[in-house]
Design a protein around this ligand. Structure first.
Ligand code: SF4
Ligand code: FES
Length: 409
């Protein structure tokens, strides 16, 4: 039976379990990508580069079934994300459905478009937390990165969240163009009354990889960012939690992407495909099952895509015998593929990786030491294709143009 002709409930949930430090391996977090539509056009957007290949969005009833099955599987929290989840007119219903399953619900949003009345409705539906993305404290740079001037609206959304008693996390994606304003970004989170500030450096995949030359900082910038974060943590104490993830291009070892493939996270794409991470669909040779044709439990336990890089059997040397393999799980499969062409390669961010040279070369380019000048302009913008815009971003070697996603939806 193919994935497409099986009905959702025609197979019993498998009894197969996976051992994980003595516990049954189960997903804790469901990442619900409700839509790829978004009014912003961030130069590091996690949306697929080729949006036009994707199917229709799941409807309300199907998402409700996903939440029910996720809870049965052991999921404890659901992050409602996109694209921009506010563009789903049924978002309040989806929050209510997730809460009905006692799932902790967090909305990850740009805050556009949002009015206070709708935030009241989302709170009343049971929303547990709001994560508001901020591009920069400098409005002009923020607008260049996002393609939209949005900082003022975000300040309103933060103030409404405080008034309404919705726990607020401010998310900032860090990169070369905003790292220098780290003190201001931290101060912004404080002044907005955020419980938590997440400073997560761009992950160089998808659109961010397209724009890496403009986004990858220098080693000195990273060192200064580390020092600033340490100072801020000491000063803030418990007043505001500060989470920071700096790029693994500057570390000795890669990060434990998604806490390991198929270990803790399930991502459901807008069209229902279930993937271990938001970029997994770009890996060749994997078949991703959909909630429209399979129960979630079957996909988690049985599907080839989740099994492919689970555990250690797939690991090549040096990971296979490395002491860190239970901590970083060999790094990011998507980064390995997009840098080497082989999804089972050791992540080149690792200093022990046979292809670590790829990352060292990117770092050298960022330093401007061996930087190539800006490449020739890309193709002119056309509907549905990546657009190259004359954004005034600078690196030592050149002024670069950003490629950004087309407006989706
Ligand atoms: Fe991690 Fe593999 Fe590098 Fe060891 S060799 S640190 S397991 S990526
Ligand atoms: Fe896919 Fe890291 S983003 S494994």
């Amino acid at each position: 039976m193919s994935a497409t002709d099986a009905s959702p409930d025609d197979e019993p949930a498998s009894e197969v379990t996976f051992k994980d430090d003595g516990d049954v391996l189960r997903p804790y977090t469901l990442v619900a990508e409700l839509t790829y539509r978004c009014g912003l056009r961030c130069a590091y957007c996690s949306n697929p580069v080729h949006l036009q290949e994707l199917g229709a969005e799941l409807d309300t009833a199907m998402w409700a079934r996903v939440f029910r099955e996720a809870e049965e599987l052991g999921v404890m929290q659901v992050t409602l994300t996109g694209g921009e989840p506010l563009l789903r007119h049924d978002l309040e219903t989806l929050v209510r459905e997730a809460r009905a399953q006692e799932l902790y619900t967090t909305l990850i949003t740009s805050g556009i478009p949002l009015e206070r009345e709708r935030l009241v409705r989302l709170r009343d539906a049971g929303l547990d937390g709001l994560q508001l993305s901020v591009q920069d404290t400098d409005a002009a740079t923020a607008a260049r990165i996002a393609g939209v001037d949005a900082l003022g609206q975000k300040a309103f959304v933060a103030s409404w969240a405080r008034e309404l008693g919705i726990p607020l996390t401010v998310n900032v994606v860090l990169h070369r163009q905003n790292l220098a304003r780290l003190p201001e970004l931290i101060a912004l989170g404080e002044s907005w009354g955020a419980e938590r500030l997440e400073l997560a450096h761009v992950q160089y995949l998808g659109w961010a990889l397209e724009n890496r030359a403009a986004l990858l900082p220098t080693a000195a910038m990273i060192a200064e960012a580390r020092a600033e974060i340490a100072r801020a943590r000491e000063r803030l104490g418990r007043r505001m939690e500060l989470l920071a993830v700096l790029p693994d291009y500057f570390s000795e070892a890669p990060r434990a992407c998604m806490e390991g493939w198929g270990r803790r996270y399930m991502v459901v794409a807008p069209d229902g495909r279930v993937v271990p991470c938001q970029a997994a669909h770009t890996l060749p040779g994997l078949t991703f099952e959909s909630v429209t044709s399979r129960p979630l439990a079957w996909i988690w336990r049985e599907s080839d895509a989740f099994a492919r890089f689970r555990g250690e059997d797939w690991m090549p040397e040096p990971c296979r015998t490395c002491d860190r393999r239970t901590q970083d799980f060999g790094g990011c499969r998507c980064q390995a593929f997009h840098l080497t062409g082989d999804a089972s390669a050791t992540d080149p961010a690792c200093s022990l990786a046979p292809q670590h040279e790829i990352v060292l070369r990117a770092r050298a380019e960022a330093e401007g030491a061996s930087a190539a000048p800006a490449g020739p302009p890309g193709p002119p913008a056309t509907d549905g294709t990546p657009e190259e815009v004359a954004a005034e971003v600078t690196v030592p070697a050149a002024r670069l143009r950003l490629r950004r996603p087309p407006v989706a939806g």
